[in-house]
Design a protein around this ligand. Structure first.
Ligand code: BDR
Ligand code: CA
Length: 314
């Protein structure tokens, strides 16, 4: 197998999703993006599918194929997060409307066809939003599950609790039925929960180093992050906002930045109080199957060094 890792990025941009996509664009000798699939989440699909193209254009990567996927969760009404990301999802910088077109066809079909076509065990799914597109693909074509190399996701939380309810993290909360399908599927999962991402604050010194890069994508990213962090700074008085989604791409590039353990993870879909909770058997108190590698710690300085180094390459 070549060392170039083939990935599909499933995303609901979101400023932190944009940072993840930029990290992948800045790493062309390690990562080949087969396509970007948009899903409804932080903002409705009309915005997320637009925002994904804006990021491609900002980075000069109009050769990237972008597909629109599910516009709502499998069974529920869409919950969005404009309170964090702004009306468009990419609030902050003034960015032109994209001119590159969305690809014809549905994101779910692209995911299925790509995994069937590529060599078995070669495609990694990188999920940065609700898991709707992935669950729909697994339901439509169960044969693809065993062909996937790995699914690396940002989602969930356990010692840290939730960020949209006391118990649930946003990506899982929006579509718990989809998450349940994915965690039960048998696909090898690496999970980046809030426990990790809350250690990655966009502190002034870190964003300042990004600003020093001085390129248009880096400048736009700085303005996005300055908008994005205001929610946490104002609400929690923290030193910046938690940079969630780039953890997924950082893991592909430098897995040694992260540590965690194989656990059973189940998704709560029935309790009104805790729906969307990721119930992580961290202490292995049950015999339930270990279905995910759950990360807990990260080398935050190493993570930001990687991010800044790769942003500078775009
Ligand atoms: C996740 O939810 C979204 O707001 C972010 O983009 C990230 O994917 C964090 O809970
Ligand atoms: Ca996201």
């Amino acid at each position: 197998m070549s060392s170039l890792r083939k990935i599909i990025i499933d995303t609901d941009p979101g400023q932190d999703d944009a940072a993840a996509i930029m990290l992948a664009f800045g790493s062309p000798s390690e990562i080949e993006i087969l396509g970007i699939t948009a899903v409804a989440g932080n903002v409705p699909l009309s915005y997320t599918s637009r925002n994904a193209r804006i990021i491609c254009e900002l980075c000069g990567r109009t050769d990237t194929r972008v597909f629109a996927g599910a516009d709502k969760p499998i069974k529920r009404k869409l919950v969005t997060a404009e309170h964090v990301h702004g009306k468009t999802g990419l609030d902050g910088p003034v960015l032109p409307e994209p001119t590159m077109a969305l690809q014809q066809g549905h994101a779910v079909d692209f995911i299925v066809d790509t995994i069937r076509r590529e060599e078995e065990g070669s495609v990694t799914l990188c999920t940065l939003g609700p898991l709707t597109n992935i669950a729909l693909a697994f339901e439509k074509a169960p044969d693809i599950v065993s062909r996937i190399r790995e699914l690396v996701m940002m989602g969930g939380g356990f010692f840290e609790g939730g960020n949209i309810t006391p118990a649930a993290e946003f990506n899982i909360y929006v579509d718990p039925e989809a998450a349940d399908i994915v965690f039960r599927s048998g696909v090898p999962i690496v999970m980046m929960p809030l426990d990790v991402t809350h250690q990655l604050l966009t502190r002034k010194d870190r964003v300042g180093r990004m600003a020093e890069i001085g390129t248009p994508p880096a400048k736009a990213m700085v303005e996005m992050l300055e908008f994005f962090e205001r929610f946490d700074v104002e609400k929690y008085g923290s030193d910046g906002g938690p940079l969630h989604d780039p953890t997924v791409i950082a893991y592909l590039l430098k897995p040694e930045l992260f540590s965690g353990r194989e656990c059973n993870v189940e998704i709560e879909t029935k309790s009104e109080l805790t729906e969307g909770m990721t119930v992580v058997d961290w202490w292995h108190v049950t015999d339930r199957k270990r279905n995910a590698k759950v990360m807990r710690f990260v080398d935050a300085d190493g993570f930001f060094d990687l991010l800044i180094e790769r942003f500078a390459r775009i």
